[in-house]
Design a protein around this ligand. Structure first.
Ligand code: ATP
Ligand code: ZN
Length: 643
């Protein structure tokens, strides 16, 4: 077997000269877990391969979409439809000097699947690297690594901003969830083209559809499918789109109308069916259902599109009305003097089309709530560009931090070296240089938040109106959604009132689900109750101290209109202004890069934040210094990268 110190010249001789033979041997023998094989993950796996790592296991739940090809460098068009992790491992293996020496193993699955990816699984690794795009998965890996005693290197990017952070339970440094009590909400965003799960995903998709239908160059839309290439995949919708574009150019209203109906059928029926047939949603949490043909028939017969009644901008359209509106937009565009070639949220035709088509997509993917013209406009304005190169920089920085972790392990002889604060840094990648001319800044890893229930076992204060909540509500709205428990067992005064998981007898406790909190056994949940929630799948226990509260101050509410399910977790929420003013006092308003300004970029990122009232705000500044909250927000952001 070739060793680091072999006299045979090898591609890693530079590494050996720089880091030393011991470090190269350590790199070659370390077991690495990489979670995510998308934008950052591809860069990272390539880096791992080229810097000598031999034992890497990659988890990713997704398959390769044509939209990934422009930036996920390990994938080519022949890989479309194949699992990302499998292809990534195969291609990375071919990059090394001697593939027989490496073992890059793919796990096509969801890291939240506790049967496969549990604490025992993670324990086998020396180091975990995250390359994820959503908070739920990041939270999961954070908890697994803390429980398994395995250091974790996190990375996130938003536009020109990137961050890399190192987490290690033994090292007295902050974990990923240490800062969530700041209550900055960054809404997770997933895949636009294939697995939308939030309204914002479908709105971004609809804007690309606008470009496909009206853009000066059809190929510039991220939904464009090239059917002319010799080995091109057949497209379900491109011919309908092109016939619409031709008919509009010829101002042929009859053909426009037929083509518009065709576009609807192809996009919301045929394309969805094609994806289903390809097994695209096998590992997805939700499976889409094609738009019922009756909706299209109703829209084109009983509700003549051109005769759609007027509406208020706050109205919600039914699917039938959306189809009618979509077709009407296309018809109007055929007769209009001019139609903007690129989306503008202030253009009524553009917003009508985007509202109608995004709602149809949301309907197909069962995404709620559907959006009014008005609310869709609000979401459509929150778009900032993502820069693929930032992913490469972040992945490079992760590798440098990985070297530091391994060096610490080498020198201390332990896996969770307990001293990573001395070896590693929190690195920010900035758009504009600091006063000292730096585009990358390194600072000490942060200290743990003593109030963090994940890494510091802190008791979580919770205020809510106990008389409005059932156990079911508590589980779904709070324990699982906000606290991230997967398989919670709840005890009151030492007695179990709810349990779930593989060995749990959930049925026995199902009777408690519809009960209001005070009616639960063991005295119920009242003002002053401390309930214990345990999750064996994450090796996590938290005590929740309940305060009964009926009066809510402005800023406490999750929803202005209804206080039934209001609650405040972990203390008061900061005000909106506190969330968005960086430490230097400058207002965090520099993001204002609309998609129009981003058209040269390959990728588009959408980051949404909520202020204290749950309203969405623009998030993260592409220009200024990055403060702590911004740090968190990027790592908490889901990145939409579409092409
Ligand atoms: N729970 C999870 N388990 C495993 N892999 C995950 C999980 N959540 C996200 N991922 C993976 O993390 C990767 C994140 O990569 P990236 O941010 O580039 O997103 P992407 O899905 O490739 O891009 P796009 O959304 O534009 O298609 C994706 O490949 C995604 O499949
Ligand atoms: Zn923590």
């Amino acid at each position: 077997m070739t060793t680091a110190s072999s006299s045979v010249p090898h591609l890693l001789s530079g590494m050996e000269a720089t880091l030393g033979t011991n470090m190269l041997t350590k790199i070659q023998s370390s077991k690495i877990l990489l979670v995510g094989a998308g934008g950052i993950g591809c860069e990272l796996l390539k880096n791992l391969a080229l810097t000598g790592f031999r034992h890497v296991q990659v988890i990713d739940l997704d398959t390769i979409d044509v939209s990934n090809l422009n930036r996920q460098l390990l994938f080519r068009s022949q890989h479309v439809g194949m699992p990302k992790c499998t292809v990534a491992c195969q291609v990375a293996t071919q990059m090394v000097q001697d593939p027989s020496l490496v073992s890059y193993t793919a796990h096509h699955g969801n890291v939240c699947d506790n049967d496969t990816f549990n604490v025992q699984f993670v324990q086998q690794f020396d180091l975990t690297l995250n390359a994820l795009d959503n908070v739920v998965a990041r939270r999961r890996v954070n908890r697994l690594c803390l429980a398994a005693g395995v250091p974790l290197i996190e990375a996130g990017t938003t536009g020109y901003l990137g961050q890399v952070n190192v987490i290690d339970k033994e090292s007295d440094v902050a974990c990923y969830e240490c800062q969530t009590q700041e209550t900055q909400k960054v809404y997770p965003i997933c895949t636009i083209r294939s697995t939308p799960s939030m309204p914002v995903h479908t709105i971004v998709w609809a804007k690309e559809l606008y470009k496909l239908l009206f853009g000066d160059k059809v190929e510039e839309s991220m939904l464009f499918e090239d059917t002319t290439a010799p080995d091109a995949e057949p497209s379900t919708y491109m011919s309908a789109v092109l016939s619409f574009r031709r008919a509009r150019a010829a101002r042929d209203s009859d053909v426009v109308r037929t083509a518009a109906g065709e576009v609807v059928t192809k996009l919301f029926v045929d394309e969805i069916q094609k994806q289903l047939d390809m097994g695209r949603y096998k590992t997805a949490r939700k499976t889409p259902a094609v738009l019922p043909t009756s909706v299209i028939v109703d829209a084109t017969t009983t509700v003549p599109p051109t005769a759609k009644p007027s509406y208020r901008t706050t109205d919600l359209w039914t699917p039938t009305e959306c189809v009618a509106e979509f077709i009407a937009c296309l018809e109007n565009a055929a007769t209009a003097a001019t139609v903007l070639p690129s989306f503008d949220k202030d253009d009524t035709l553009a917003m009508r089309l985007v509202t109608a088509s995004s709602n149809l997509r949301s309907f197909v993917f069962e995404i709620e709530p559907l959006q009014s013209f008005y609310s869709a406009k609000g979401i459509a304005g929150n778009i900032i560009p993502a820069i693929a190169t930032t992913n490469a920089i972040a992945a490079g920085l992760q590798i440098l931090q990985a070297f530091q972790v391994l060096r610490a392990q080498l020198e201390t002889g332990t896996k969770s070296a307990g001293k990573l604060g001395e070896y590693c840094s929190y690195i920010n990648c900035l758009r504009n240089s600091t006063r000292n001319g730096l585009f990358l800044t390194a600072s000490n890893l942060e200290k743990p938040n003593p109030r963090c229930f994940v890494c510091r076992n802190a008791t979580v204060p919770l205020a809510l109106n106990v008389n409005n909540w059932t156990l079911q509500d508590l589980l779904q709205k709070l324990i699982k959604k906000d606290l991230g428990f997967e398989e919670p067992t709840i005890t009151l005064d030492g007695d179990i009132v709810w349990e779930e998981g593989s060995d749990a007898d959930s049925e026995a406790f199902a009777v408690n689900l519809p009960k209001l909190l005070p009616q639960l056994p063991c005295g119920g949940i009242q003002h002053g109750t401390v309930l214990r929630i345990e999750d064996f799948s994450q090796d996590l226990t938290v005590d929740v101290a309940v305060t009964h509260q009926t009066v809510w101050e402005r800023g406490d509410e999750e929803d202005d209109d209804d206080d039934t399910y209001q609650y405040v977790l972990k203390g008061s929420k900061p005000t909106a202004s506190a969330l968005h003013v960086p430490s230097n006092g400058a207002l965090n308003n520099g993001v204002g890069t609309k998609v129009e300004e981003a058209e040269d970029d390959d990728d588009i990122v959408v980051v949404m934040a909520a202020d204290a009232k749950g309203k969405r705000n623009r998030e993260t500044n592409g220009d200024g210094p990055v403060n702590k909250r911004q740090k968190m927000s990027i790592l908490e952001a889901d990145v939409i990268e579409i092409s």
